[in-house]
Design a binder for this molecule. Structure first.
Ligand code: ASP
Length: 411
């Protein structure tokens, strides 16, 4: 019998994961089958993420350096830079406007009492992170000793160093040919390893989803149902309608074509809730299935994984207004504009790891004087919402690379 394709296996893994997770949820947390099952799925899920993270840093380092070096050879670097940043800024702006508009319209939280959450809020200690400090920290984190960045897995700092190294390699020209060849071979090798890790993906994804579904708190979910439905609805609107529409208008590629090529990565993003951990898979989908040239994908995708987060931006804006409704504060236009900008900075600054958006959310709340403790209300539902916003974050990077390729390909 022929084995189903990896794509099909991953889809099956996701479905099995959700079903088994629901079964464990039914059995209850104290049942021995649930406990053993959750232990096993914890092990497999963590192993899968660890393997992805193992490849992540060498991959980002090689792919950005090689990408920049190749772009320079084609004299395209300037256009690629600008197009990428404009596209990222444009889609993030749409996402935030969507978040603000929907929350203003549906007003989730206005009928609820914040007193319901008093306990949770009392036990919550927020790390204070005002905007200027956040910005200073962000800037400070951009450049660091490359060995520290590589060793501690600081993706953004690795991206910055690799960018500069790539430029130096090209300016140096022939003299550094060997190093460039070495990095090119390093990139090929890491992609080969990604291929091996993907064999595990169906199991890893099933395991992660079992754990996610089995450990949800049903009572909490029903209290927050309106807000969650709204967030999921607008995130899907952005991911299923707006981004594919942009892709279609600019490149003529259909949503179905995109889904076929991208689904390995989108499902992995859903299960891991981490753009960074998904990055090796995203690179593979973009270069191998969506046929984006390695020099474009190698630059746009790793950069996007750390700074381009439409799902996160949309969520932070919506959640800030939700909290304002809960505490009965009416935010005026100026305050909403402040939320717009802080949500954008928060999304750029959030690292691509699970619930990173919750940490930068603190800054958004503070910018308009909302109580930071209210994060405690959002935390229990965050794991669930994080799945889908991470999918849209990753999707934006892949669509970005297709759009940038199309718009810069005229030479
Ligand atoms: N988990 C998201 C990501 O990795 C970030 C967030 O928490 O919004 O893209």
């Amino acid at each position: 019998m022929k084995m189903p394709s990896l794509n099909t296996q991953i889809l099956l893994g996701a479905i099995v994961g959700v079903l088994v997770g629901l079964y464990f949820h039914q059995l209850g947390a104290h049942h021995h089958i649930t406990q053993n099952g959750l232990y096993a799925s914890g092990l497999i899920g963590t192993l899968f993420i660890d393997l992805l993270k193992m490849i992540l840093i060498p991959l980002v380092f090689c792919s950005i350096t090689v990408g920049i070096a190749n772009l320079r050879q084609h004299q395209k670097i300037h256009r690629v830079w600008i197009t990428t940043l404009v596209f990222f800024a444009f889609t993030t702006t749409i996402a935030i406007i969507l978040g603000l508009a929907a929350t203003n319209y549906f007003k989730p939280g206005s009928g609820m009492q914040i007193a319901m959450f008093a306990d949770a809020m009392q036990n919550f200690k927020a790390q204070q992170l005002p905007l200027p400090e956040f910005f200073a920290q962000f800037l400070h984190g951009l450049f660091m000793n490359p060995f520290t960045a590589l060793a501690t897995g600081n993706v953004l700092a690795v991206v910055m160093f690799a960018l500069i190294l790539g430029i130096a390699l090209v300016v140096g020209g022939e003299r550094y040919k060997n190093i460039l060849v070495l990095l090119q071979e390093g990139l090929e090798l890491t992609m080969r390893m990604v291929g091996w890790v993907m064999v595990l993906a169906p199991f890893g994804i099933a395991a992660l989803l079992i754990k996610l579904v089995a450990t949800q708190d049903a009572a909490m979910l029903s209290t927050m149902a309106k807000f969650m439905t709204m967030v999921i609805g607008i995130t899907l609107l952005h991911g299923v309608v707006i981004l594919p529409l942009l892709l279609y208008l600019i490149t003529g590629k259909t949503p179905l074509w995109f889904w076929r090529g991208a689904r390995e990565s989108l499902i992995t993003a859903f299960a891991t809730s981490s753009s960074s951990a998904t990055l090796p898979v995203t690179m593979r989908c973009t270069t191998e299935h969506l046929k984006v040239k390695p020099e474009i994908a190698g630059f746009v995708v790793p950069l996007g994984a750390t700074v381009n987060m439409d799902g996160t931006a949309l969520y932070e804006a919506a959640a800030a207004l939700f909290i304002a409704n809960l505490v009965g504060v009416d935010l005026n236009l100026t305050q909403q504009i402040i939320i717009f900008f802080t949500a954008m900075i928060a999304a750029i600054g959030a690292p691509g790891i699970p619930s990173a958006g919750m940490v930068t959310m603190i800054m958004v709340l503070q910018s308009v004087g909302l109580p930071v403790e209210a994060i405690a209300i959002l935390l229990p539902i965050d794991r669930l919402l994080d799945t889908i916003r991470t999918v849209v974050n990753v999707q934006g990077d892949m669509i970005g690379s297709l759009v940038v390729q199309k718009l810069t390909d005229k030479t």
